[in-house]
Design a protein around this ligand. Structure first.
Ligand code: PFF
Length: 435
């Protein structure tokens, strides 16, 4: 579950969301949303998955037999696939930047010219499309061959390595002249920046980062043994996920200010800033800079893959369990669908930039539709199902692992799952919809 949670959402999405939505004020709302909304949803999904041993479609069908609720479960699976489509585009950018780091591209042409490389890369049609294809193909092969165990084992090495590398980059970033403005941006909140929209984005970021509302955590939880402590794994996953996001924010934002990049530069933010950091590092020590850059992009790539396989697995499990499809056929079908939508997302930075729907490019639409609406709706659904369709005894049974241990803060948890999370989520959702 940590493999699914920790990925591009932390390193790529969190810093640019912070930059677009007001810095420190956004971070405060994000932390509150994680504690009071995301954690209850995470537990709800864990409980539903382990209780039923099924994915979202099957779980809702089992708990509410004969009703149409299961189709809402199907919608959450479709959301995961929409996310996979544009996630794979960004995964593709990481593939390209990994190759760039291998060919020592960041040390050429001087630090100040490096950030602009990203703009010319994504506006081209072919190269980003090829990279998207490579990333999605890797994801499909891992899921198809069922070698997830291998990649999970691998990520046990790469995640701590990623942690160390971010700390190295953070320390270096803080040493750059002009970086203190970035720190101020992250720690001095301007509360006038908090609007319903900010709250919706912070909530969306928190859900995205913890892979919530799309049935992924539910699907993974359907394989958890009865003796596992759900509360502990929920808190552990949320804490490490939040830790990675904060570290990435503090590593990137000081350098953003040092390089004179606008914090609201959007999805390209880290792909403009990190090469700048590596180029600057290279002026002092080319070898260290090259090693840090190569390892950094490699570890990002692995953490992105452990997330993308969880999205594809959610859809593949559904087709296997409910439609009786063979694994490879399911993988092939979903590959084709997500590749096509992903290709449109990729082209929306270049030839399709003018295609706007509700004022958004195709990429922006997929991102906003999922993080701000579908994940929120899914989160609401799962808290209602866990909180109201299961009895209190069922909840106690799950949260105590069948009486194996005393459930921590049981009443507070149930209160959050039953009342606070659904009420707050639906209020923000509706307000945001009207805005
Ligand atoms: N949580 C992942 C990340 O932060 O990169 C993204 C993600 C994975 C979203 C799985 C949704 C999902 F089902």
């Amino acid at each position: 579950m940590a493999g699914s949670a920790i990925g591009l959402g932390n390193i790529w999405r969190f810093p640019y969301m912070v930059g677009e939505h007001g810095g420190a004020a956004f971070i405060i709302v994000y932390i509150l949303a994680t504690l009071f909304l995301s954690l209850p949803i995470f537990l709800s999904e864990s409980i539903l998955g382990r209780r039923t041993h099924l994915g979202p479609f099957g779980a809702l069908a089992k708990i509410s037999p004969g009703t149409k609720w299961k189709y809402m479960g199907l919608l959450t699976i479709i959301s995961a696939l929409i996310i996979l489509s544009f996630y794979s585009v960004v995964g593709g950018w990481s593939v390209d930047y990994f190759v760039k780091s291998l060919t020592l591209s960041f040390s050429r042409g001087g630090a100040d010219s490096v950030p602009a490389v990203f703009g010319s890369f994504i506006s081209k049609p072919v190269a980003p499309l090829v990279c998207h294809t490579i990333f999605l193909l890797l994801t499909a092969l891992i899921v198809g061959f069922g070698v997830k165990k291998g990649i999970e084992l691998f990520s046990k090495v790469t995640l701590p390595l990623l942690f160390i590398l971010i700390v190295v980059i953070l320390v270096y970033s803080l040493s750059l002249p002009g970086s203190s403005a970035g720190i101020a941006y992250l720690v001095k909140p301007d509360f006038s920046k908090i609007t319903v929209e900010t709250v919706a984005y912070a909530m969306g970021q928190s859900f995205f980062s913890l892979s919530l509302g799309v049935g992924t955590i539910l699907t993974y939880s359907s394989h958890i043994s009865k003796s596992e402590n759900l509360m502990a794994s929920g808190i552990g996953t949320a804490a490490s996920d939040m830790g990675f996001a904060m570290l990435a924010g503090f590593a990137v934002m000081p350098a953003v200010f040092a390089a004179g990049i606008a914090p609201g530069a959007g999805p390209g933010l880290i792909f403009e800033t990190l090469p700048y950091i590596f180029a600057k590092m290279g002026e002092a020590s080319p070898v260290i800079s090259a090693v840090v850059a190569i390892l950094f992009f490699l570890t990002i790539l692995v953490s992105a893959l452990t997330s993308s396989i969880s999205m594809l697995e959610t859809g593949v499990s559904y087709l296997e369990e409910e439609k009786g499809m063979r694994r490879w056929s399911a993988v092939g079908l979903l590959f084709l669908l997500t590749w096509t939508l992903g290709a449109l997302c990729s082209l929306s930075f270049g030839p399709l930039a003018d295609v706007q729907i509700f004022g958004c490019t195709i990429f922006e639409l997929c991102d906003k539709l999922t993080a701000n609406f579908l994940m929120t709706l899914g989160g609401f659904l799962f808290t209602i199902f866990a909180g109201w369709k299961l009895s209190k005894d069922d909840l106690r049974d799950e949260l105590s692992s069948g009486g194996l241990h005393r459930p921590v803060a049981f009443r507070l948890t149930v209160f959050l799952i039953r009342y606070i999370a659904p009420i707050v989520i639906i209020t923000i959702f509706i307000t945001n919809l009207f805005l």
